[in-house]
Design a protein around this ligand. Structure first.
Ligand code: BMP
Length: 237
């Protein structure tokens, strides 16, 4: 069972904070983790951030604060060998999970990556659809195929867009409760905190609405408060 599920069950806010912008200095990143780790369920580091600061610097923060959850969001999309090597390199610094694109397919692709994740004890999340509009031109047209890949793969969870709650509902209906659904698009991309959870997601991924604030603690508390309010008003628990 994923450690992430334990963190959610421990009563932390159902938020993963997305850290992408290199303007967030390493000391700000450290401050963000230190001050919000007990309130949110984890942190997702994007490619611009990992490339800017490098694995050694990121390792120093992860090592200092092990009692939370870190996802390396490299959106892997390659042959199995390359995705596996990348995962081995990245996860040496202590990431708990990685994200890969579902369109890659199983044979010679995601199935090899999944074996390596299992060996390393790293959680795998699969993108089923994306939050930007262009996703309706590609991913959404083949979503049932991608979901059948997910069923064949049995990852820890999937990514589905908060900006289109009908897609989250479709993903949840197709997959049932077996997989975690992490949903980006809340805040800066327009979705209201709580709306993705109401549509069936387990966690909402929130980046700029928290990381652009001068006060990370206040911003994350506000997101969590609005999530709870949305859930209460809409009666979704
Ligand atoms: P923000 O809340 O600042 O818009 O950030 C959203 C985060 O979620 C970014 O890290 C982005 O890479 C990620 N994301 C997304 O926005 N849409 C997707 O479909 C998949 C993502 O991982």
């Amino acid at each position: 069972m994923s450690r992430l599920l334990d963190l959610i069950r421990s009563g932390r806010g159902r938020v993963i904070v997305a850290i992408d912008d290199p303007l967030i200095t390493l000391s700000k990143f450290k401050e963000l983790v230190m001050k919000t780790k007990d309130a949110v369920s984890g942190f997702k580091l994007g490619l611009p951030y990992i490339l800017s600061y490098g694995l050694d610097n990121i390792k120093s923060v992860i090592t200092d604060f092990r009692d939370t959850y870190y996802i390396a969001d490299l959106k892997l999309a390659d042959i199995d060998v390359v995705m596996s090597l990348t995962t081995k390199v990245v996860c040496r610094v202590g990431f708990n999970g990685v994200i890969a694109h579902g369109f890659v397919g199983l044979k010679g692709g995601l199935d090899g990556l999944k074996s390596v994740c299992d060996e390393l004890g790293v959680d795998l999340y699969i993108v089923t659809s994306m939050s930007h509009l262009g996703s309706t031109e590609t991913y959404d047209l083949v979503i049932d195929k991608v979901l059948s890949v997910v069923e064949g793969l049995r990852p820890t969870g999937v990514i589905a867009p908060a900006t289109r709650p009908e897609v989250i509902r479709r993903v949840r209906n197709y997959l049932g409760r077996t997989y975690l659904i992490l949903s980006p698009g809340v805040g800066a991309q327009g979705a209201t905190p709580g709306s993705a959870i109401c549509a069936g997601a387990d966690l909402e991924i929130v980046g700029r609405a928290i990381t652009s604030s001068q006060d990370f603690v206040k911003a994350s508390e506000e997101v969590i408060k609005s999530q709870l309010k949305y859930l209460e008003v809409s009666r979704c628990y």
